[in-house]
Ligand binder design. Structure first.
Ligand code: COA
Length: 221
């Protein structure tokens, strides 16, 4: 088993941390595509397009080409929107990690270090809604180091930090496609307390579901 240690973020980690976050998030494009393809209205549009073209052209070539084109276009649009979201994060809290997480009260950033390279990240900051709660962010483990307990260890580091700071809970958000992350948080003791579809037109259209988890820090624990 690979040896790893969890340590505080340093300025020299900057590029690798941002790269790890981008890769971790990009991985979800295929599963989001499948999630969208499973929506009844998407299946309906694709089936109707196929059948209408089949009846009018009396050949399979045109409907197959049209559906393939629609799928390819959808994949491109999703990839573009997803990369815009990643860029947004990179230009938000991940733009100046030192200032955002290492110099601000209640915030922190850790990395998991193995074989002299960074293989995992996690961050924490006080929640905007309730400053007595911390929000866990930027959890990511490099693909070839997954399943070794690094995600759990990073989560526990955040919980210990919250306990030392006398915060009441650690909360976090996951998306409908982040199955490994949900399992991992649940195995650490996080409980799902809210699930909702993003209240925007696009969110409703693609049933973009967010699950909120929390870990309550019991007094004296
Ligand atoms: C989620 C993530 C951080 C987990 O990291 P990890 O180091 O592999 O996690 P761990 O080794 O500590 O895994 C512990 C638990 O996760 C779950 N898990 C891990 N891999 C899994 C998989 N492929 N399928 C299902 N559950 C899985 C299991 O419950 C496991 O518990 P167990 O060992 O008791 O069975 C990692 O998959 C990742 O970086 N994903 C991409 C980025 C991401 O989704 N971040 C979360 C944002 S909220």
């Amino acid at each position: 088993m690979a040896e790893y240690k969890i340590r505080d973020y340093r300025d020299s980690d900057y590029e690798v941390v941002r790269e790890l976050f981008s890769h971790g998030m990009s991985e979800y494009v295929p599963s989001v595509c499948i999630h969208i393809l499973k929506q009844p209205w998407v299946l309906f549009v694709l089936t109707c397009t196929f059948l209408i073209l089949l009846c009018s052209a009396k050949s399979f070539i045109l409907p197959i080409m049209a559906v393939t084109l629609l799928l390819a276009l959808g994949r491109q649009i999703l990839g573009y929107c997803w990369s815009m979201y990643i860029d947004h994060c990179l230009n938000e809290d991940l733009r100046d990690i030192q200032k955002t997480y290492m110099e601000a009260q209640g915030c922190h950033f850790w990395v998991a270090d193995a074989e002299d390279s960074i293989v995992g990240t996690v961050a924490v900051k006080p929640s905007d809604e309730n400053p007595e709660e911390l929000i866990l962010k930027r959890m990511s483990v490099r693909k070839d180091f997954r399943g070794l307990g690094i995600g759990k260890a990073l989560s526990r580091e955040v919980i210990s930090f919250a306990r030392r700071g006398r915060y009441k809970a650690v909360i976090l958000n996951t998306l409908m496609v982040q199955v490994e992350a949900k399992n991992m948080y649940e195995s650490v003791g996080f409980k799902k307390y809210l699930e909702y579809v993003m209240p925007t037109i696009y969110g409703k259209l693609i049933n973009f579901t967010i699950s909120k988890y929390r870990y309550d820090i019991l007094p004296g624990s």
